[in-house]
Design a binder for this molecule. Structure first.
Ligand SMILES: [Zn+2]
Length: 153
């Protein structure tokens, strides 16, 4: 596996174990060139799924993109990595269960929002503000206060 830091072609597997929900194998690797450590996941790929974006552009489904946006939304919220992995696995299972070869990016965004809503109010608001692309500050204010109300009750 190529090192993402220095592009050296070989890395050594230091540790290999199943994730908590047993849907993947997590391998901790170390670059033989620069010594950097990184993690790879091995997963079952049931079928090729294409994501249709709002401008009709199509791209292959990429779990890493969901992981990145969830990680960004949950930054410094002190949520265990395991729970983020579970959220992303849950979204991926939902997508696979649809049985469609094409899925709208909008539908995926809604699934992620649903998962974040249960996990952390701040992360949910962060994700929604990017995903729903609020154009005016007052849109965001209204949304944020509706979430606060929902959390209070
Ligand atoms: Zn390296």
């Amino acid at each position: 596996m190529r090192c993402p830091f220095c592009a050296h072609d070989d890395s050594q597997v230091k540790d290999s174990r199943p994730t908590e929900d047993n849907t993947a194998i997590r391998r901790r690797r170390q670059c033989e060139g620069c010594g950097a450590r990184f993690t790879t996941f091995e997963r079952v790929q049931l079928r090729e799924i294409t994501v249709v974006k709002s401008d009709e552009a199509r791209e292959p489904f990429d779990r890493a993109k969901i992981e990145q946006s969830v990680a960004l939304a949950c930054r410094k919220r002190g949520i265990a990595q395991e729970r983020l992995d579970q959220l992303v696995s849950g979204v991926q299972r939902q997508i696979e269960t649809l049985g469609e070869t094409e899925v709208a990016s909008r539908a995926i965004g809604e699934m992620v929002m649903e998962g974040l809503h249960r996990l952390d109010a701040v992360a949910y608001i962060r994700f929604a503000s990017v995903y729903r692309d609020f154009t005016e500050a007052k849109d965001f204010e209204e949304f944020a206060s509706s979430v606060r109300d929902a959390v209070k009750h």
